[in-house]
Design a protein around this ligand. Structure first.
Ligand code: PLP
Length: 907
């Protein structure tokens, strides 16, 4: 039995009255739509137990005779609740829930008879088009597709008796064209009084547009979209205010049996409650995305843009611009690349979900429309549709920008210092030129060298205490590791780790254990866990001959080979990888992280996972960190990618690294770090704004056992919790104060910085001594530097028990004193390094010819600044000389020489 419909009763709108009655002084305000969405309340269907969520009546039949419900095809209480709720938010008297949006249209089209005519839009959803074609060929209904954005185009097709239905969408999907629903409804009613106006409102949802208020007779929604919001159900909703139509619709649903199931009704009701918040957020982000793409010069279809042709009409008939937009790139292949390059935007048909989606309608949702018809209706083959979700807008914009860069649709402009659109047609060409110009590895043919470098790190404050939840402060040191890949092109891969006992090895590329590792897609990230099968295969294969005395070299080679196999499966470039460092290895200064960063970056460049723009990036003159001639020119996403892989290498080398060392190696500067699990925010935070500081790093050359030292402090904490607790508190205070001082870029702050740091360094060292982690050699360094005339503050850094000490050098410290101090320390058998802290992170020697210093071959040691104007006349490839000189330069010359090869692109 279907619920009875009294066609004579007046239309009742289901608004939920506010509690107050109307009075002469206060007119009754109906609740806002966002409130109505949440308030699922049907006064005529009170729940016997007062349940706050509508129960699922998962029952096909209901007992008794003559009751409201007997059989769920005809009616079901959960469905009634949903229908009542949707009617309420749609300005409708009646609503019907069916199994999909297409089922809704099917029910509506059954109102037609053979010989009837329909006027429908020419930019309709593909499935709608398919069903209209079906009724045209099987039912004998004539379908006129017209441009409904122009009411004048509709009028000639309206026939006073034959026109039975006008089917509209606004905005249309995917071109976001606007139809004046109010005006067309009026024109149709005047010319064909019996015709019914039907609107597919899926793109808007009742929250943003209620076409019944503008003269439509029937409205339907694919509730699979915004009404549900989670892509976890299929549903369609039909709403109307005419009881005659409602009666026929109810009859069809009962006859064919396509009503929505109780459980889906329940899920849909739950989805509707959050529709307003979802839509508000999705719309706000859509506006940002549309504006961003528009500013880049793409043709963007979104009614929220000022130049949208239907904007004025849309603002009149709707309450918002929705969360679907589309844009044209001018090149189908380019569009395919963009769609394939996003990570956060999922490639999927449909829209309205909390997750953001990207698609190409012509190859996906609208593929069912004949290509010739698509062309005739002006649906561009290169069109990309974006369906915006509720993710953080900056993440979505970042991901989109990443994809546009990757696909070659935009590139950094040196002149404008921002991304600009690459003219259509040039994108593919530019990408190809870029690959050629800046070093490609194609079919194993590698033509160029890549020269990369990364700094070491020093822990300024908080070592040991960090293990127990105290904030540590780490900074980059201007002692760097350098990595150079040189083409071999003979099917071999080789590596030379100069600072690990001059380790050298060569492998036949084909004999590497490729089969032990599943290839990683170009945009795929490495999973959190290491691939143990690959690690074992590398140990058993290429590294099998390395004896136990070669532990350090074996680990470095393992990290290198692991990344080579994971990253370059497609290219398998034949190269030689050379590494040298001005940083002491194993002295607690992050040498392994700077090695990891160099190896990861070189391999990312060879596998094109890190690509540089085809136009030389702008190199800003100023840099936050004043040392190392740093120039910000590497894009953030490249830095993030290098950091992710450097962390993987660190995992191979250390098992469970904190990620601090590789972050400092990649990003430079200084950061604070808190370990997770101590009830306060964990993770890293960069400290911005301080100029680099001069430090003396003195390597005691006493080897340490970090694990033992850490365990020792742990034991002491167990035995004397109060003593250790108060030491940890004091170190926490020092870290907090140091962070404030370092970040204070005011003149006053800078003036006091050196003095304050000096005091904090001495205090922190005393605390570390109390924790028992110093060493006689470190105390000698401390005493020597503290003695007059030097009067300097020194502390151990890292695990202690040997390793390095750091000494702050004030700006006015004389050269003579420096020389004397260096020789005193050297005489004691220590290795002192004068360096600066807080300088640049990862650097790549610029591959652009205009950035190379062609007179690099004639560089004199000690010359550190490249000439302002490179010698234009000399066009020989400076890369020729890099490998030979790299291997032979003395440690003292290395930095200056590398610097003078040309401009470096820094993070
Ligand atoms: N109408 C529009 C505008 C659509 O986008 C869709 C589906 O994508 C439908 C109708 C059909 O809805 P359903 O997939 O729920 O059957």
């Amino acid at each position: 039995m279907s619920p009875t419909i009294d066609t004579k009763s007046p239309v009742v709108h289901h608004d939920l009255p506010t509690p107050d009655p109307e009075s002469p002084t206060r007119t009754r305000q109906p609740y806002k739509l966002s409130t109505l969405c949440v308030a699922v309340e049907n006064p005529s269907m009170k729940d016997q137990y007062g349940s706050s969520s509508v129960p699922i009546y998962q029952s096909a039949t209901f007992k008794g005779v003559g009751n409201e419900y007997d059989y769920s095809r005809s009616g079901n209480p959960t469905r009634s609740h949903l229908e009542h709720h949707i009617a309420k938010i749609s300005s409708a008297a009646r609503a019907f829930a069916v199994s999909s949006g297409m089922a809704a249209l099917d029910v509506i089209l059954r109102l037609l008879r053979p010989g009837d005519e329909i006027i429908a839009g020419d930019d309709l959803y593909g499935g709608t088009n398919r069903l209209l074609t079906f009724i045209r060929t099987h039912v004998g209904v004539t379908v006129h597709h017209v441009d409904t954005t122009d009411p004048n185009a509709v009028i000639p097709f309206i026939h006073p008796t034959k026109t039975a239905m006008v089917l509209l969408e606004s905005p249309t999907n995917p071109l976001l064209k606007i139809a004046d629903l109010a005006l067309i409804s009026k024109e149709v009613k005047e010319r064909a009084p019996n015709a019914i106006v039907v609107v597919d409102n899926t793109m808007m949802s009742p929250y943003l547009q209620r076409p019944l208020e503008h003269g439509a007779d029937i409205v339907y929604d694919s509730a699979t979209k915004y009404l549900s919001g989670h892509h976890d159900l299929m549903a369609g909703m039909i709403t109307c205010n005419r009881d005659d139509l409602a009666k026929q619709i109810a009859f069809t649903i009962n006859s064919v049996g396509n009503a929505l199931t109780p459980i889906d009704c329940f899920l849909l009701l739950r989805g509707v409650k959050t529709m307003a918040v979802r839509m508000d957020r999705q719309q706000a982000t859509s506006q940002l995305v549309a504006t961003y793409l528009h500013s880049l010069g793409f043709k963007v279809h979104y009614p929220g843009l000022p130049d949208h042709p239907g904007r004025e009409i849309h603002q009149r008939i709707s309450d918002g611009n929705g969360a679907v937009l589309s844009f044209e790139t001018g090149d189908k292949e380019l569009s395919e690349k963009i769609v394939g390059s996003t990570r956060l935007w999922g490639i999927s048909v449909s829209f309205g979900c909390v997750n953001s989606l990207i698609s190409m309608p012509c190859v996906m949702s609208h593929a069912s429309i004949d290509p010739a018809i698509r062309a005739a209706r002006g649906l561009p083959e290169d069109l990309i549709r974006l369906c915006v979700g509720i993710e953080d807008s900056s993440d979505l914009l970042d991901d989109l920008e990443h994809a546009l860069v990757d696909a070659g649709a935009i590139a950094l402009s040196a002149q404008q210092n921002k991304y600009v659109r690459v003219p259509p047609g040039h994108a593919a060409l530019n990408k190809a030129v870029e690959q050629l110009a800046i070093g490609s590895s194609n079919s194993r043919g590698v033509e160029h060298e890549w020269f990369v470098s990364a700094p070491g790190k020093v822990i300024l404050f908080g070592e040991h205490a960090v293990v127990h939840g105290v904030t540590a402060i780490a900074a980059s040191v201007d002692l760097r590791c350098y990595g150079l890949t040189t083409p071999r092109n003979d099917g071999k891969l080789s590596a030379h780790f100069n600072d690990i006992n001059d380790f050298q090895a060569e492998w036949d590329i084909e004999s590497l254990p490729w089969g032990a590792s599943a290839p990683l897609g170009h945009h795929e990230r490495h999973p959190e866990d290491l691939d143990q099968q690959l690690i074992e295969a590398i140990h058993a294969g290429p590294l099998r001959e390395l004896g136990p005395d070669k532990d350090q070299a074996r680990n470095a080679a393992l990290a290198f080979l692991y990344m080579y196999i994971k990253l370059t499966n497609a290219e398998r470039p034949s190269v030689h990888f050379d590494v040298r460092a001005t940083l002491p290895v194993g002295a607690g200064l992050g040498s392994s992280a700077s090695f990891s960063t160099c190896a990861a970056t070189a391999l990312l460049l060879l596998s094109h996972r890190v690509t540089l723009p085809s136009i030389p990036p702008p190199i800003s003159a100023e840099h936050l960190h004043l040392s190392h001639h740093g120039r910000h020119a590497l894009e953030k996403h490249n830095a993030e990618e290098a950091n992710r892989w450097a962390f993987i290498a660190e995992k191979i080398l250390h098992g469970n690294p904190s990620g601090v060392d590789n972050s400092v190696a990649v990003f430079g500067g200084a950061l604070t770090y808190n370990r997770p699990g101590f009830g306060k925010p964990s993770g890293m935070e960069s400290i911005q704004g301080f100029g680099s500081l001069r430090f003396l790093l003195t390597n005691s050359k006493v080897p340490r056992d970090t694990k033992k030292l850490v365990a020792g402090v742990g034991l002491m904490k167990q035995e004397q919790p109060e003593v250790v607790g108060s030491i940890l508190d004091s170190i926490e205070n020092i870290s907090a104060q140091a962070k404030r001082s370092l970040a204070d870029s005011t003149e006053f702050g800078r003036e006091n910085l050196l003095r304050d740091l000096s005091v904090m360094i001495s205090e922190n060292h005393k605390h570390l001594v109390s924790l028992g982690v110093s060493h006689p050699s470190l105390e000698i360094i401390r005493e020597k530097t503290a003695a007059p005339p030097y009067n300097l503050s020194t502390k151990l850094t890292g695990a202690g028990g040997g390793g390095c000490a750091v000494t702050l050098i004030p700006d006015d410290f004389s050269d003579t004193s420096m020389k004397d101090l260096l020789s005193e320390l050297t005489e004691c058998g220590f290795d002192p390094y004068l360096t600066s802290v807080g300088g640049s992170g990862l650097g790549i020697l610029s591959p652009y010819p205009e950035h190379r210093n062609t007179s690099a071959k004639d560089i004199h040691p000690g010359q550190v600044t490249p000439p302002e104007t490179p010698d234009e006349a000399n066009t020989s490839d400076p890369g020729d000389s890099i490998k030979a000189s790299f291997e032979t330069k003395s440690l003292l010359e290395l930095t200056g020489w590398a610097q003078n090869l040309g401009k470096w692109l820094y993070v």
